[in-house]
Unconditional design. Sequence first.
Length: 117
Amino acid sequence: MAGFLTTHILDTARGCPAAGISILLYRVNGNSHTKIAETVTNSDGRTDTPILPESKFKTGTYELIFQCGDYLRVTKQAGADPLFLDQVPIRFRMTEDTHYHVPLLLSPYGYSTYRGS
């Protein structure tokens, strides 16, 4: 089985999936970042396909950047500008050819993540 990467976003403040958030995926090599994917979450807070499918998977260091600012504004959770959270970067390493799932649990003033299944 070849590896692949999925993600999703849950709005923990509202208790629902976070739809319409842009997600960027970068491959990181030292100080070099190469954008390899961009997508938007659907109504279930997920991407329609893996953000990094099996056909493009390589082990290495990656960074997901979740563009949360507009979502927080639209859902009236943002507060005054400048936002406390606008972009949420998560850097991680994939070392095996397997499924990696890196979700974001989001609120206006904090977030968490984990390696899911």
